[in-house]
Design a binder for this molecule. Structure first.
Ligand code: PL3
Ligand code: FE2
Ligand code: FE2
Length: 231
């Protein structure tokens, strides 16, 4: 295990830390905001689950507020311009899928890929965070599992009909995640987070999700590493 506890030397107020934090904090705030909007959109596409999805979207808005407070606490101004670029490809793929009523693709992007990415990042961040951010991130990550669970349950209930579309959505979007990881790994390292740990945690969460939905181990091996070799 690469990291078990915060480096006691970490200076949360150093220029280098706060510079990296501005981008990471921007990413997390933008990610929570887009998640908020995506669950509202999913509520329109899935009227039977609308109340539940509106509930999830409200949690995402609270997460955003929590991470805004983390940035303020360190006197950091989040770099939201960088963050919206960071999410642009996943964002436009979600929008496109929603406009074509491709619900499984929307769920793969938001509830599987983005939530697993968030869960991995938050789990790796918690042991190296400042005390204020750690408490907030701990309560946020607990709720992210319920978002992942929504996607898993829906895709599992419709597995045979959605299997091919889930595979295609995976092929389209997983390489984007590896590229995104490469775009944050330097900043994440300044915060004490190792890229290898992020990749490992992501693979575990995502693999478990695919297994819960009904994919075989063979499918999962093929799907979860898709695009990783070229990243
Ligand atoms: C949906 O609930 C959340 C979407 C947010 C996605 C965030 C991805 C984070 C990647 C950046 C790694 C550093 C994390 C640090 C945590 C403060
Ligand atoms: Fe969230
Ligand atoms: Fe979430």
């Amino acid at each position: 295990m690469p990291q078990l506890q915060a480096n006691p030397e970490t200076d949360f107020y150093s220029e280098a830390y706060r510079d990296a934090y501005a981008r990471i904090n921007g990413i997390v705030i933008e990610g929570e905001q887009e998640a908020h909007e995506n669950y509202i959109r999913l509520g329109e596409l899935l009227p039977d689950s609308k109340d539940e999805l509106v509930g999830l979207s409200k949690m995402e808005a609270r997460h955003r507020k929590g991470f805004e407070a983390c940035g303020r606490n360190l006197n950091v101004v989040p770099d939201l311009g960088f963050a919206s670029q960071f999410f642009a490809d996943l964002h436009s793929n979600f929008q496109q899928a929603a406009s074509e009523n491709k619900i499984p693709t929307c769920l793969v992007i938001q509830s599987l890929i983005i939530e697993c990415f968030a869960i991995a990042a938050y789990n790796i961040y918690i042991p190296v965070a400042d005390d204020f951010a750690r408490k907030i991130t701990e309560s946020v990550v607990k709720e992210e599992y319920s978002h992942l669970n929504f996607g898993e349950e829906w895709l599992k209930a419709n597995f045979e009909e959605v299997k091919t579309e889930v595979e295609a959505a995976n092929r389209q979007n997983l390489p984007i995640v590896w590229r995104m990881l490469n775009e944050v790994d330097q900043d994440a390292k300044v915060l004490g987070m190792e890229k290898e740990a992020l990749v490992e945690d992501f693979m575990i969460q995502y693999g478990e999700a695919l297994s819960n939905i009904g994919f075989t181990t063979r499918d999962i091996m093929k799907m979860s590493a898709y695009g990783l070799a070229t990243a």
